[in-house]
Design a protein around this ligand. Structure first.
Ligand SMILES: CCCCCCCCCCC/C=C/C(=O)SCCNC(=O)CCNC(=O)[C@H](O)C(C)(C)COP(=O)(O)OP(=O)(O)OC[C@H]1O[C@@H](n2cnc3c(N)ncnc32)[C@H](O)[C@@H]1OP(=O)(O)O
Length: 295
């Protein structure tokens, strides 16, 4: 129930409305006490050290299941209303994988109701992360296809491990599926229209050095330095006055966020009717089989 309540709230209220600050003020004292402690969730760890760090921990590859997405949105919401938290670093608890993207098993052989709930959770994660008032920095310590790339692109700044074996991109067409309009818009806002058009059609995954070249990530450092570099970048971003940075972020992102909010239900219906097609189910199954056979 709690998860559903959070999933129904909408992120733009955080980024775009003044009422957020009133709410923050009222709740500040107990929340400050509550949320300065690390949260012990199962699949999304929140560590409150030098910087606040959210670590995805869903073995083996941090696929984004309904559970993970729900836990992620709840954790981010908690941080969002915590006056003591102005920025968050998003990373993976596992070396070599940031996130394998959406959990393909959530999109195979399930009911239409399940697909609708799953897609709502994907949307909610995006609304909360893309619409966050906090400074968000992705510490990409491994590969990051599709939904993993989307999460990274939602952040304000991206640091990736400098290893050509790690790749990032929206590879949906390689699975026989289509990146929805708001994935596309997030990528356009990150790397521009031409690169997005080509990347999406080809389902292109970019090894880290190429990702830097096209601006999909902002900085490459050695694997060991990804997190410390994120902490250093965070202090730089936090040196800017919050109100000015937040309003600027809102000006940049509001049209994209509004577009999904406006078409949210239609987008869920589109997803359900797309994913329930026999041909799409077959494509996903073939892709999963191939993944399993590659060993
Ligand atoms: C009109 C238009 C309407 C549009 C409507 C919308 C249409 C739908 C939009 C859907 C958008 C989808 C977004 C996505 O994110 S889809 C997911 C894409 N992800 C991938 O392609 C990644 C696949 N995985 C990999 O490439 C590798 O696993 C990876 C590089 C991440 C790691 O490699 P590694 O060698 O370390 O690990 P394995 O490959 O051996 O994998 C270990 C086990 O994990 C399973 N696995 C991997 N990825 C996933 C996944 N995404 N979901 C579920 N399970 C996954 C893999 O099968 C292995 O399992 P077993 O150990 O059981 O074999």
């Amino acid at each position: 129930m709690a998860a559903q309540a959070v999933l129904r709230s909408s992120a733009p209220a955080r980024l775009l409305s003044g009422s957020f600050y009133i709410r923050k003020g009222v709740l500040a004292s107990w929340q400050h006490y509550q949320s300065r402690r690390p949260f012990s969730n199962e699949k999304v760890l929140v560590e409150l050290d030098e910087s606040t760090v959210m670590k995805m921990k869903n073995p083996p590859v941090n696929s984004l299941s309904l559970d993970v997405l729900t836990e992620f949105s709840i954790s981010l919401e908690k941080l969002e209303i915590d006056r003591g938290c102005r920025g968050v670093i998003l990373t993976s608890a596992f070396p070599k994988i940031f996130s394998a993207g959406l959990d393909i098993t959530e999109m195979c052989g399930k009911s239409a109701e399940h697909y609708a709930a799953f897609w709502r959770a994907v949307q909610e994660m995006w609304l909360k992360l893309y619409g966050s008032n906090m400074v968000t920095i992705a510490a990409i310590n491994g590969s990051s296809p599709a939904g993993g790339c989307l999460m990274a692109m939602c952040c304000d700044y991206r640091i990736m491990a400098d290893n050509p074996k790690f790749a990032i991109g929206l590879n949906e067409t390689q699975l026989g599926i289509v990146a929805p309009f708001w994935f596309k818009e997030t990528m356009v806002n990150t790397v521009g229209n031409r690169v997005t058009e080509q990347s999406l059609q080809l389902g292109q995954m970019y090894p880290a050095p190429d990702a830097l070249k096209i601006g999909l990530v902002d900085k490459l450092v050695t694997e060991e330095k990804v997190q410390s570099t994120a902490v250093a970048a965070m202090s730089q971003w936090l040196a800017v006055p919050d109100h000015a940075r937040q309003i600027t972020k809102s000006i940049m992102r509001k049209p994209t966020i509004d577009n999904l909010v406006k078409h949210r239900e239609a987008d869920i219906n589109n997803f359900v009717s797309f994913i329930t097609k026999d041909s799409i189910q077959k494509s996903l199954q073939v892709y999963m089989d191939r993944l399993k056979q590659k060993k």
